[in-house]
Ligand binder design. Structure first.
Ligand code: DX5
Ligand code: ZN
Length: 220
């Protein structure tokens, strides 16, 4: 089974409530929230107050992708603000196991995000402490970038590592995904599919989500 997780980064921030209702109507189950601090990535986006408001506005799964340095300082606060899933970057946290455990203890699913240039082997020791891995298929920081083609192999490698260990860790993929490549990422092992510009870019979010679900359904 796969789920579509629209990234709010590409939504119209003045009409978030409407945008959220539309993606839900289209069949999306997860809301992907990109938190950027201007240090770990060059861009600055949204933070805790917005997540708190989102929590009041929707019963969808709120998935916070922390693209920030020292994520351990904030990860639990995002759970308290209402996030159901929180991911921190392997490149940003030197005490990853501790942060993942803290996220789980706070009551959310704990995830590790990994940049395109970082090898999957670096995740070996934290797989069993992770509910999901967020594999970046673009370098984080901006929406609307092109999918990095080597990500298919990386997805397969990660899928094998999880299966070999008999784990239930889920795989989320993020960056450059649209109706033209969604089937291929699902086939390669992705279960949660983040899409920003492909969902909100055309101004018809409900239809765009439906289109992606239809395009990927061939693999279910
Ligand atoms: C990039 C973010 C993504 C981004 C995806 O740093 O992590 O979630 O919003 O946008 P698209 O789908 O447009 O590549
Ligand atoms: Zn993201």
């Amino acid at each position: 089974m796969f789920e579509i997780a629209p990234s709010l980064l590409s939504a119209d921030f003045t009409r978030l409530d409407e945008e959220i209702r539309a993606v839900k109507e289209g069949g999306a189950t997860v809301l992907h929230v990109d938190v950027m601090d201007g240090h770990f990535v060059p861009n600055i986006t949204i933070g805790l107050p917005v997540v708190k408001s989102l929590r009041k506005a929707t019963d969808m799964i709120i998935d916070c992708h922390l693209m920030i340095t020292e994520p351990s300082r904030y990860a639990v606060q995002f759970v308290e603000a209402g996030a159901d899933m929180v991911s921190v970057h392997v490149e940003a946290d030197v005490h990853l196991q501790r942060t993942l455990t803290a996220i789980r203890e706070a009551g959310a699913k704990a995830g590790v995000a990994i940049n395109p240039g970082t090898p999957v082997s670096l995740l070996e020791e934290v797989l069993s402490f992770s509910d999901f891995i967020l594999l970046m298929s673009v370098n984080p920081g901006f929406g609307g970038q092109s999918f990095i083609e080597t990500s298919y192999d990386k997805l397969r490698k990660l899928r094998s590592a999880i299966t070999e260990r008999g784990l239930q860790t889920r795989i989320e993929i993020d960056g450059g995904i649209d109706a033209s490549n969604v089937a291929k990422v699902v086939e390669a092992g992705a279960e949660i599919i983040v899409a920003g510009s492909a969902v909100f870019g055309a101004g018809t979010p409900a239809e765009s989500v439906k289109e992606m679900i239809d395009a990927a359904t061939v693999w279910v």
